[in-house]
Write a protein that binds this ligand. Structure first.
Ligand code: SAM
Length: 257
């Protein structure tokens, strides 16, 4: 049974890296007039209240976006999505990745979201219902395999598991290579935690062997609490868009180590 709830972690430094790169890539893709597909396998609830008891309990947003907002220029697409989200939902609202996509994309674009947890799925439908997204209560990898290659064929897939199912580390390289075979022009972005235990290591070794031209961007940070196992955040991007290295270098220069 799934128990992970992203509200405890929304807006932390891992979200800052993932959401900044996601917003940047979607802006890059929307520079062309042609419509695109956005597919997300592990969507969460799409919208978070950083003033909620759950978010305040961990303090991760305070050590995350609350500090990091100043690292970005006001016209950065991540800050633009954050500002739009707060104008719509209040000053402590925080956009999850589906909301970043919904706010950044156009009416001609298509959004497919999978979220398996019943409560998170219901909240996602309530939060994203007005944006015309196709929301499924289904295993995200299964949905991505069924949809690819999508129509429109241009686009981006985000895989952002909670890794509470430890088999994810074993199954992701195979799932990503199946999806890449079916959708060889898609930008395929995978988020992963950097763990003190090194449990993410074999997955990265397998992915690097399968996708030698992929971009791997990692940032380290001090654990948010004593004993916290996550010491950094990573994005593995197959078919990375042109120019993203400049953005990853800019982000790396801002992060605390
Ligand atoms: N991507 C979101 C964001 O950045 O705003 C956060 C997603 S959270 C890290 C991972 C979510 O995946 C959780 O809400 C969990 O319920 C869901 N989940 C776990 N296993 C899943 C699966 N096999 N298919 C779809 N959703 C799953």
């Amino acid at each position: 049974m799934l128990s992970y709830q992203h509200i405890y972690h929304a807006g932390n430094l891992a979200d800052v890296q993932k959401h900044a790169l996601l917003a940047w890539m979607l802006e890059y893709l929307t520079q062309k007039d042609k419509p695109l597909s956005y597919i997300e396998t592990h969507a969460g609830r799409g919208l978070y209240d950083l003033g909620s008891d759950e978010a305040l309990k961990t303090g991760e947003a305070q050590a995350g976006i609350d500090l990091a907002e100043g690292w970005f220029p006001a016209d950065h697409p991540y800050i633009q999505r954050l500002t739009e989200c707060r104008a719509m939902f209040g000053p402590r609202a925080y956009p999850g990745s589906p909301m970043i996509a919904a706010l950044g994309l156009r009416e001609t674009d298509t959004i497919h979201l999978a979220e398996l947890h019943p409560q998170e799925n219901a909240a996602l439908k309530a939060n994203l219902g007005d944006f015309g997204a196709n929301i499924q209560k289904r295993d995200g990898f299964e949905m991505a395999l069924a949809l690819t290659p999508p129509t429109p064929r241009r686009g981006l897939l985000l895989i952002d598991p909670s890794y509470e199912v430890k088999d994810d580390y074993l199954t992701i390289p195979k799932a990503l290579s199946q999806i890449a075979r079916k959708w060889n022009v898609g930008i395929l972005a995978l988020w992963y935690p950097i763990l003190q235990s090194g449990a993410h290591g074999p997955m990265l070794t397998a992915l690097a062997a399968q996708f030698p031209d992929a971009l791997r961007h990692e940032l380290r940070f001090p654990p948010v609490r004593e004993g916290h196992k996550m010491i950094g955040t990573g994005m593995f991007i197959v078919n990375p868009p042109y120019g993203i290295e400049t953005e990853t270098k800019r982000l790396s220069a801002c992060f605390p180590t």
